[in-house]
Design a binder for this molecule. Sequence first.
Ligand SMILES: *Cc1c(COP(=O)(O)O)cnc(C)c1O
Length: 411
Amino acid sequence: MDIYAKYGVTRRINAAGTLTRLGGSLMAPEVLDAMRAAAGASIDISELQAAAGKVIARATGAEAGIVTSGAAAGLTLATAACMTGWDVARMEALPDTASFPNEVLMIRTHRNAYDHAIRAAGARIVDIGNNDRGTGAGVRGIEAWEIEAAITPRSVAFAFAATPQTRADLPTVVAVCRKHGLKVIVDAAAQLPPKENLRAFIAAGADLVVFSGGKAVAGPQSSGILAGRRDLVGAALVQLIDMDVTPETWAPPPPIDRKRLTGVPHHGLGRGFKVGKEEIVGLMVALERFVGADDKAKNAGFARRLEAIGARLAKVPGIAATLVSAAQTGRVPLLEIAIDRARVGCGAVEFSRRLQAQPVPVHLGERRAVDDVLLVDPSTLRPDDDSLLAASVAAVAASRKARTSARSRRS
Ligand SMILES: *Cc1c(COP(=O)(O)O)cnc(C)c1O
């Protein structure tokens, strides 16, 4: 049964990647089976999160971990934990941070739309660093004195947006933050693959790191990973789970440390980000599959499919398809489709709009649309859609010619 057709929702061909607005990753049958099995029984959520923490710790090398409702929720919870520690009064006050330290430092060029998730916890972002690596104006990275000059008694953490370009600055940030007692939170939401990155940021000294569960890990779309120091992960978890508990009988397992809590924090800041048992189990199974997968074989399979699509487009006038290898992208192979404006009659943005207007809408990656290049990302492309994707691209490329000849016939 096509559940989307039943409710009148259009199915789309997604070759744009694990975009949240298109529903993120597609889950493997093994993950779906696990979620279905999880749906049929009751458990204690904190015990299930503790079990997930063991899977996450094995995968990341961190002391502890929890499943969140996405990397963005992970950022909010991480920030909250850095500001509250085990202090129940502070947990209760959030997002009001008037009476305790709430400043989170960020390199100016790392600021992005997701830092709203950090501010949502009640933190104030203090952005620092000029002429940084991110601007391209020189070869410098952040320097220790720039961080130290921004540290005040209200500083609690440093938020670091990881990319292949920013990575080189992490050791400096970690060294200065360690010296001054600031925690380092790394947003690595989309830094997978390569799967080595699951461990890289913890190994580099980050206190907390977040990953999306609904991107490359191919877990539930509304899942994510928060991994790191046991005390901080525990303080995040207690602000996430349902806490309508009876203080006398409440006995949570680690990483929640009841002895260090000054009381029982009922319903914290993250209560609205709750994670269901199905998502927790789905993420656990997906993460184990992701860690165990043979990336080389997976990428070789992707490359073969992209080559076949490229071959079908080879004779289409006005477009040029080029395979970019996984070694070149550092992630998965991609097929670049360069659009010749003069011959097709439009640039990449209009080409993409026309693809999305096809009977079965087709989404390609638009990251390089300014260069009139669209990208075929195989991560979420179903193999049985490959040939319709190629046919749709060919049809759109030919559409101007068709219209022009129709016009000339009329005249
Ligand atoms: C996707 C993304 C997020 C949000 O991740 P979700 O799992 O969708 O919440 C945060 N930061 C960056 C850099 C991302 O790419």
